[in-house]
Design a protein around this ligand. Structure first.
Ligand code: ADP
Ligand code: MG
Length: 255
């Protein structure tokens, strides 16, 4: 009799698309009976499971959609390796209010200093806060925009980007763009001004950005928008990669 009832409950929960409750209701019922818990307490525990499972699935889906190249988080970031970087300021960004306020962040520094690592960790934190995030290198972003333009899909791609709360543009400055490509990237940056957040990492100091954007005027206009209400982090330490490989070499020598 109980089996029959449980089967019906399971079927109902399935139809109502409540899989976590469907999977756990019997176990929880046994626990509730053993602990002499009331009906409301049982229902509360059961619904909490479903709510938690949904939240976790949503974070997973947002993280997948963000397109991070690798998984990086703050727990593996050694802040002591970059003494010039303010750990409290970075962790403040991890709380996500800057995205609520539609402000920007820039990480500027030489290769291997952890810019991409922090950009991903901040993107992940934003996903956990329920934000829509996209990660792309500047080169990929420009290529995608140029392709879209060729196929008369630019408006659609721009509209997609417009729905993203945090756009991470990694590695600005490694490659320079064509005039048209630079203009497209400029358009994306300018469109987001005061409406959506942007996180940019670059190996170039701002004074050198005109190399990428070809022309002082476009660079000045872009920097004006980007850096107005922007947290700027300069990461000029020795390359972490380089230091790690030196450490390995030393330890091999002493073996
Ligand atoms: P950048 O983007 O500045 O060139 P990355 O973020 O790609 O540098 O860092 C290069 C590698 O070194 C990555 O594997 C990254 O996880 C690691 N790394 C860099 N800085 C740190 C750090 N301070 N603590 C831990 N790992 C780091
Ligand atoms: Mg990088």
């Amino acid at each position: 009799m109980a089996d029959n009832k449980n089967m019906l409950v399971r079927a109902n929960l399935k139809q109502l698309k409540l899989p976590a409750m469907g999977g756990e209701f019997e176990k929880l019922a046994r626990e509730a009976a053993a602990a002499n818990e009331g009906y409301e307490q049982y229902l509360l525990r059961l619904t909490e499971l479903e709510v938690a499972a949904r939240a976790s699935n949503a974070v997973q889906a947002r993280t997948r959609a963000a397109g991070f190249p690798v998984a990086k988080d703050f727990d593996t970031f050694d802040f002591t390796a970059v003494p010039s970087l303010s750990k409290p300021k970075v962790l403040e960004l991890a709380r996500g209010e800057w995205i609520e306020q539609r402000t920007n962040a820039c990480f500027i520094g030489s290769p291997g200093t952890g810019k991409t690592h922090l950009a991903i960790a901040l993107g992940l934190a934003a996903c956990r806060h329920g934000k829509r995030v996209r990660f792309a290198t500047a080169a990929t972003l420009v290529t995608r925009l140029e392709e879209a333009q060729k196929q008369y899909q630019l408006d659609r791609v721009l509209a997609q980007l417009d729905r993203i709360d945090l756009l991470i543009c990694d590695e600005l400055g490694y490659l320079s763009f064509s005039r048209a490509g630079a203009e497209l990237l400029f358009q994306v940056f300018a469109d987001r001004y005061e409406r959506r957040s942007l996180l940019v990492t670059s190996n170039l100091a701002f004074s050198e950005w005109s190399q990428v954007f070809q022309g002082e005027r476009m660079t000045a206009a872009l920097l004006d928008r980007l850096t107005h209400r922007c947290q700027i982090f300069e990461m000029n330490s020795e390359s972490f990669r380089f230091r790690e490989s030196m450490k390995n070499k030393k330890s091999k020598k002493s073996e």
